[in-house]
Design a protein around this ligand. Sequence first.
Ligand code: GLU
Length: 305
Amino acid sequence: MYANNCIISTAIILTTIVMCVQTLDNDGKPLRGVTIVSPPFVMKSRDNQFEGFTIDLLKEIAKILKFEYTLYPSPDDRYGATDSKGKPSGMIQELFMRRAEFAIADLTIGEIRQRYIDYSEPFLDLDLSILINKKNIGNITSFEDLANQTRIRYGTIREGETYRSMSMSSDPTIIRINNYIYSNAFNLVNSREEGVQNTLNTEYAFIQESVANEYAADQNCELTIIHDKKNYYSRQYAIGLQKGSPFKPEFDRAIKQLKSDGTVDKLKRRYWKTKCLSGAVTAKLDIITTISLIASALISYILFN
Ligand code: GLU
């Protein structure tokens, strides 16, 4: 019994020691990370620093694993796809060519990408939705409705996982949507911001990942979201790593910890604020206040005259 207890306590002590020294070592050099500007995941501050949801997450990971890092933007400004010869682009290319040790952004886990890179433990779940201006919505309530009409143009991000997954889909609606986008390629956008601007200013609907649409609709109250009821695209964001990266176990451990201790949820609440909802409530309150002021003025007028 005593012997058993001793073995157990020694094992606990050893595990604790191993866990304490499990920081990330890159021969004393900072890790090189590639990223892409995409609010609210990655944004540029006034003093030209990267900031945002995934940058905060990276800071928390680096705190746990005690490593330094540098960040540079995706040289071609793309997330990453592969051309007909199988050559990758964007952040996938940077990891594949071993110029970056990790990629931090709203980077989606993708089947084809996994031939070129590894991923950490995922940190966010998402699906697909349609961002549309309230004045353009008409009778469009689903992906089918969008595919069945020609009034509103629609598109997605060029060289990203959404467009790639659509081109591989066997669903009849997504095939039609993909055919339309493919033959009207001017509807493809280079960034989330460009897609949101098109949606705000033209007869355009933007098909993109749900969490990004939720943020865009939070920021621009004239926009609204049409959800994907058929679950066409169920994906996750994770940190991209080089194939066979020695850092994967540490990244996985840190992300698991940040998910289970509520840090990821806390960071998410920091950036997704439902501004429009509170705007609507404030507007309603303002109307009520105005009406009551007028009413009390009228009553006093009647009473005192
Ligand atoms: N998150 C996507 C990616 O990693 C980019 C955006 C999109 O395709 O909707 O490629």
